[in-house]
Design a protein. Structure first.
Length: 267
């Protein structure tokens, strides 16, 4: 019985898509962005990267040039935010159709920096998610607890609540276009990484929430990434966990050799 269920879990890990995504945040002018893409392409040239999808999440102004630079490479393109309206009086915002028109395939939504500094709430995350999916974008949905929440022992409740609120109204079919990124806020950009066990525990809990919201099939098919100071040194251990299906990587994604090591660890 144990052997059968272990085999089932391992098979599901193998059949889920592993996704290594870089979040460049507010870094790189268009020229610098192209240079970084070229450096990543050079790092992965001749290597088998078929074991994972590779995504670059770039600033809005870099999308068009990066779309061109990744042509013919395995790298896919993500934006870092999207507005929920199709168009209108929303100064400074960008719509899903605009992102698609410049070549974005994915969009990162609900990153903790947007929640912390730009008033993002689960309600707005949910509206952005719905709009992105309706427009045909794939979503990398970020959730994660604050340090105080972890210390209070309520990590799983917080993350479950975010997942439920952020995915409200998202259909079972649309879940095929949703990746969840578990990013403990205390680990983002701090050099503090969750242990592989902590990452596994919360990613498994998120999978359980998705199973309850949808069903086991959807839960087993959903890619759940870990993010928070993942780097060339710790990626292999984190990615070896059975419910960790990839990484959302900030700092280390700006260094082509390090990003390439992480891609290698995901093979
Ligand atoms: C992030 O920006 O999503 C992130 C995880 O950053 P870092 O890897 O730098 O912690």
């Amino acid at each position: 019985m144990y052997i059968i269920s272990l085999k089932y879990i391992i098979m599901n890990k193998a059949t889920r898509k592993t996704v290594i995504a870089g979040n460049w945040k507010m870094n790189k002018t268009p020229d610098e962005a192209v240079a970084l893409i070229e450096a990543i392409k050079a790092e992965i040239a001749g290597k088998d990267t078929s074991g994972c999808d590779i995504i670059a999440g770039v600033p809005f102004v870099d999308l068009a040039v990066v779309a061109k630079a990744i042509e013919g490479s395995p790298i896919k393109l993500a934006a870092q935010n999207v507005h929920w309206a199709a168009s209108g009086a929303f100064t400074g915002e960008i719509s899903a159709d605009m992102l698609k028109a410049v070549g974005a395939e994915y969009v990162i939504i609900g990153h903790s920096e947007r929640r912390q500094y730009f008033g993002e709430t689960d309600e707005t995350v949910n509206k952005r998610t719905a709009a992105a999916l309706a427009a045909g974008l794939k979503v990398i949905l970020c959730v994660g607890e604050l340090k105080e929440e972890r210390l209070s022992g309520i990590t799983e409740e917080i993350v479950a609540m975010q997942v439920k609120l952020d995915l409200a109204g998202v259909s079972k079919e649309d879940m095929a276009n949703v990746i969840i990124a578990y990013e403990p806020v205390w680990a983002i950009g701090t050099g503090l990484t969750a242990t592989a066990e902590q990452a596994e525990e919360v990613c498994a809990a998120i999978r359980g929430v998705i199973a309850k919201l949808y069903d086991e099939t959807v839960a087993e098919a959903t890619t759940i990434q870990y993010g928070g100071s993942m780097n060339a040194g710790n990626a292999a251990e984190l990615l070896s966990m059975k419910n960790v299906d990839g990484g959302l990587i900030g700092g280390a994604s700006l260094k082509a050799p390090d990003f390439a090591v992480i891609i290698g660890a995901a093979q």
